[in-house]
Design a protein around this ligand. Structure first.
Ligand SMILES: Cc1cc2c(cc1C)N(C[C@H](O)[C@H](O)[C@H](O)COP(=O)(O)O)c1[nH]c(=O)[nH]c(=O)c1N2
Length: 210
């Protein structure tokens, strides 16, 4: 039996406050085993029917990494074209990935064909497979921050192209591409807020009472 005291709860709250989406990385490598440890922690996450549908692909091959970076550039240029005027100028000024600098790349998929969990909880909501993988990513994000490791989620990518670049099974659905490394700086405010793209709103704005 483990008990968590007030000191731990305060620190846990600080962890949530200081977790960031990191796009600016130092170039020094992470210690051996660091990413593997984060994956192990992620695997402690809840999953529908205990299906553990997360699949991790460490991307170290230079040509594959380059192909992902090229895809990001193409997708980001397309995204910029969706904005006009001042919003376009603001978008163009944002840094939306640390793919070039991050020492580690990690792609994460959901295995839609796995029979682990025997389908429990998925019959009416098959999308709970993907939800489970996102839950694992959140755990990994927090565990990384607790170790002073930065993690940045890149979704400005074409899932089909990433699937091809990484040559993974057809039943795996692309969920996330993560940049991992030591952050250049720590901050308690989202970068998009600092860039005046959007601001964090209070829980009241998102809570209905019925
Ligand atoms: C599913 C998903 C997808 C993305 C993101 C997040 C999530 C949850 N985020 C990070 C996002 O911008 C960031 O979480 C918010 O701006 C809040 O900042 P903090 O995470 O609190 O630092 C993100 N950031 C970025 O620079 N490029 C991206 O492609 C994405 N994609």
């Amino acid at each position: 039996m483990v008990e968590f005291d007030d000191t731990f709860r305060r620190q846990l709250r600080e962890l949530f406050v200081w977790r960031r989406d990191v796009r600016r990385f130092r170039s020094d490598a992470l210690p051996d085993g660091a990413v593997e440890r984060l994956i192990e922690t992620a695997c402690l996450s809840p999953s529908v029917g205990l299906s553990q549908p997360w699949r991790f692909v460490t991307v170290d091959d230079a040509a594959r990494r380059r192909a992902v970076i090229d895809d990001f550039r193409a997708c980001n240029a397309d995204a910029l074209n969706c904005y006009s005027g001042e919003r376009a100028a603001r978008y163009a000024a944002l840094k939306l990935s640390g793919l070039e600098q991050a020492p580690r790349h990690l792609a994460i998929f959901a295995d839609k064909a796995s029979d682990i969990g025997h389908g429990l909880g998925r019959a009416t909501m098959p999308e709970t497979t993907e939800y489970s993988v996102v839950a694992a990513i959140t755990a990994m994000w927090l565990a990384a921050r607790a170790e002073g490791i930065g993690l940045g989620w890149v979704s400005i990518l074409n899932p089909e192209r990433i699937h091809g670049v990484l040559d993974v099974p057809a039943s795996w659905k692309f969920i996330a591409y993560l940049c991992i490394g030591y952050p250049e700086a720590e901050c308690d405010q989202p970068e998009l807020e600092r860039a005046k793209w959007e601001h964090r709103r209070g829980a009241d704005e998102f809570t209905l009472r019925r």
